[in-house]
Design a protein around this ligand. Structure first.
Ligand SMILES: C[S@@+](CC[C@H](N)C(=O)[O-])C[C@H]1O[C@@H](n2cnc3c(N)ncnc32)[C@H](O)[C@@H]1O
Length: 216
């Protein structure tokens, strides 16, 4: 089965704010895939995912780029135990035909203290979809700034509006405020910032100093 059809039929990959539907197909997934094909980002880093929709789409794009690039996925499995067993995680991704994902079951803060973080190659695409407060989005962004290429693209999910979430349980209910950090970046002349308001929305951010690639 075609991989797009496969992920579109897998119910656990739907309904997490990426705007998939019969009309839109992969929804924002088209944008994620296209950016990874157009930008040829080399290494990709992804923070947070419910069941892996974004890592799978981006890892597929890297495979289709055929440059052998890998994706680092950082998620401490705070919602349930889905990401806690390394072999199960590997098999889950393999069931979608991707074998180029390295998962670290850690928060961004803890991952930033590891040797794996020190040894990361330069990152050309960073996808931030962890804990959706402005504070954490800023921390996630800042932690990886020294690792980004000059022209790196950074995507923030759940970034366009305030929303109450009880994904971590009713007693840990919290308000999504990533859009507040986006407002800050929009005021900063160092950045280009564009919202895509499908589903829970995604915002694409790039430093103005990004160097254009030469034509072959
Ligand atoms: C459930 S996802 C949000 C849904 C998401 N929009 C999607 O497409 O799957 C959020 C994930 O972020 C992870 N997370 C929460 N805090 C984090 C942190 N500090 N660092 C890294 N990941 C984090 C959680 O474990 C969770 O799996």
């Amino acid at each position: 089965m075609d991989w797009i059809e496969q992920i579109s039929r897998e119910e656990t990959l739907l309904g997490m704010g990426h705007g998939q539907s019969e009309e839109t197909g992969m929804g924002l997934g088209w944008l994620y895939y296209a950016l990874a094909r157009v930008e040829q980002p080399g290494h990709v880093l992804c923070i947070g995912s419910w069941r892996g929709f974004v890592p799978i789409v981006l890892a597929r794009a890297l495979k289709d780029n055929a440059g052998g690039a890998r994706l680092t996925f950082v998620d401490p499995s705070l919602v349930d135990d889905f990401w806690t067993e390394a072999q199960r995680v590997k098999s889950w991704f393999a069931s979608f035909g991707v074998d180029n994902i390295d998962h670290h079951c850690l928060t961004t803060d803890d991952f930033a203290r590891t040797e794996a973080f020190q040894n990361l190659p330069q990152i050309g695409l960073l996808f931030i979809d962890g804990y959706h407060t402005a504070e954490q989005a800023r921390l996630d962004h800042t932690a990886f700034l020294p690792k980004l290429t000059d022209s790196a693209v950074v995507l923030f999910h759940d970034s366009i509006r305030e929303r109450t979430s009880d994904i971590y349980g009713r007693e840990r209910r919290y308000i999504h405020t990533v859009h507040e950090y986006m407002k800050e970046l929009k005021r900063d002349a160092a950045y280009q910032v564009m919202d895509f308001p499908l589903g829970s929305g995604v915002t694409v951010v790039r430093r103005n100093s990004g160097v254009a690639r030469d034509e072959p």
